[in-house]
Design a protein around this ligand. Structure first.
Ligand code: 2AM
Ligand code: CA
Length: 257
């Protein structure tokens, strides 16, 4: 079995095991703590899933580096070699408040280039993934290249933080679209742009683990995944991002002040 297939099978198996842990946790009381504020929370399950994935990755690939939201790799200064970028629960607030609309995310980058990206919507049992130059999928279904729809013909997802921080900006963009959606999981919103359910996703400050897996999937379906300034994403810092087809990307940039 070649390296890519081996990694693909392992990652899929780990995601299923991690999802089982999350489903079991619905029957138990969550331990919830504030990270930086009342709206930035972490649970014992964010930590447990990160530890679970960390142990699997280091057991199979001991020489590869890992950057994870909750604890590992925050001292990483470059993306040389192979770096795993993981978010144990993307959409932690949704996980806590809704018990749905969250995802487990795993990406593999080599020398800064995204090779594999996985976004697993545990409750819907939808695994969005992509392998560089081999296309993107939702479960067994290959995702076609995205249509070049203008902003005016599609639903746009905007992060709550942009709506709260810059209501004028968000309102201008929402008005030009078919309608605004605010879901609260950067990974799922990106997956939904990739599968054509949304025409664009916009967020003012995403961390590397919010971006990494989605960017691999975006690339395989012909989406633009850039900073709002039009610059390339920098995975060593937070980025204000737009994920969209080329046409909607330009429409959004035209509205940006
Ligand atoms: P999280 O659930 O893993 O924290 C919500 O709009 C989206 O933004 C989620 O994907 C969430 O990821 C992410 N997010 C929330 N707080 C953030 C922060 N302080 N910095 C970067 N991303 C954040
Ligand atoms: Ca997270």
């Amino acid at each position: 079995m070649d390296q890519i297939e081996k990694r693909h099978s392992l990652i899929k198996a780990w995601l299923q095991e991690a999802a089982a842990l999350l489903r079991e946790s619905f029957n138990k009381e969550l331990e919830i703590k504030e990270k930086t504020s009342r709206t930035d929370l972490v649970t014992n399950m964010d930590r447990a899933i990160e530890v679970f994935l960390y142990e699997k990755i280091t057991a199979h690939f001991p020489d590869e580096r890992i950057l994870g939201e909750e604890s590992v790799g925050h001292d990483i200064q470059d993306l040389e070699g192979i770096v795993w970028i993981i978010d144990p629960i993307d959409g932690t607030l949704n996980f806590i408040k809704q018990g749905e609309n969250f995802a487990i995310m795993i990406a593999i980058y080599e020398d800064g280039v995204g090779h594999m990206g996985y976004i697993y919507d545990v409750v819907r049992d939808e695994l969005y993934f992509a392998i560089r130059d081999n296309g993107a999928y939702c479960n067994e279904r290959r995702l076609p290249l995205v249509q070049e729809l203008p902003l005016s013909e599609g639903l746009v997802a905007i992060s709550n933080r942009l709506v709260v921080a810059d209501a004028d900006e968000a309102r201008r963009i929402a008005k030009k679209s078919s309608g605004l959606r605010v879901n609260g999981s950067a990974g799922l919103e990106t997956a939904w742009v990739a599968s054509g359910k949304l025409v664009a996703y916009i967020a003012p400050s995403l961390a590397p683990w919010d971006i990494a897996a989605g960017m691999v999937i975006a690339e395989e379906v012909g989406l633009v995944y850039r900073q709002v300034t039009g610059k390339e994403i920098n995975l060593l810092q937070n980025n204000a991002v737009i994920v969209a087809n080329r046409c909607a990307f330009q429409d959004i940039r035209n509205e940006w002040r």
